[in-house]
Design a protein around this ligand. Sequence first.
Ligand code: HEC
Ligand code: HEC
Length: 335
Amino acid sequence: MRNRFLFIISTVLLTIGCKDFKASKEGTDKASSEKEALEANVVHPGKRLLVQECYMCHNPKASEAHMIAPPMAMVKMHYIDSGTTKEQFTEALVHWLNDPEQEYKIPNAVERFGSMPYIPYPEKIIEQIAHYMYDHELDRPDWFVDYLESDEPGAENSLEKYDYTATGNAEKRYANKGLGHALATKAQLGSDLMKAIKEKGTQGAVEFCNVGAIPLTDSMSVMQNAIIKRVSDKPRNPQNEANTKELEHINFFKEQIASGNSVEPIVELHNNEVNFYYPITTNTMCLQCHGNPNEQIESETMTVLKSLYPKDKAIGYGTNEVRGIWSINFGTNDQ
Ligand code: HEC
Ligand code: HEC
């Protein structure tokens, strides 16, 4: 399945996307795209919304193995050709997101990733995202770029290339490693959650989180040889309550995010151990279970939440707020 999907990506892109792609690669080096990311809050509200709302699944920074939806650059190629106007594209995106079960433009994406769940995005948000997507080059995953650049058969080996252990000083290396653990766990949780919502609806998915979330982070810990936790100042599950140190970091991240600053992970070294912290922020999708009762949280969902979590504190959130943090511990000597 993977090979077939890649084959289709590559043929589609080599035939329609290649010219456009070459031009963009020259124009944007790594430094400028990082700068762009730092400026995302001020530069274009559509960029901030794209990262906040869509990159949870369409994340161009995820390795091929951790992708849970096609890269947005690919989505764009299938929706915009030389004759498409901004208005037509915006309308197509609004139309599709209102009913994601209708016909698909990307061949094989549904078989590879499953279908996208319906998420009640306000139209204004989609419009801003569409305008940004139409006017700007979108980030492409490294594996995707490598794949496009190589004409050799077998090029899919390069897809696993994304490297969190890149060069730099020790702290930067540990920060990358921690982010790698967080991203891998997030991708797994995200795709399981997406499946549960699609198959069982929101209330059914609550039960999935209830039974599945902690065992999932535990098994990721075993696989990745690290202790991986999600903790919060307002936990739903009391087992996820942040300790004093973690609360300090949560408050720091809250200040950073509220003031629109870009956020860096916190890395602390003690003897041969690394403690890594990084914020977990909310988007529209989270609000069906973490928003306001009877507004975003439907009453059936509220009933299930109340019965499973009588001491639930994890409601009343808006978008782009700190829901909690990744708190990850690993050894400095581990590979
Ligand atoms: C919970 C995960 C998730 C989130 C969040 C998400 N998507 Fe998707 N999206 C998917 C998956 C999975 C697919 C591939 C399957 C499909 O085409 O339905 C997809 C496919 C698409 C497609 C292609 C449909 C086609 O014609 O084949 C578009 C357009 C799209 N997403 C737009 C968006 C936008 C815009 C956002 C943010 C506002 C977003 N998505 C957020 C999971 C997600
Ligand atoms: C289908 C409902 C549902 C959705 C959607 C959902 N959550 Fe949760 N969330 C839960 C449940 C249930 C728990 C408790 C899991 C447990 O018992 O371990 C939880 C727990 C958490 C925790 C661990 C801390 C705590 O409160 O126990 C974090 C962090 C979290 N969610 C963040 C998010 C974010 C961010 C999103 C959106 C990207 C999201 N959730 C979407 C239901 C949901």
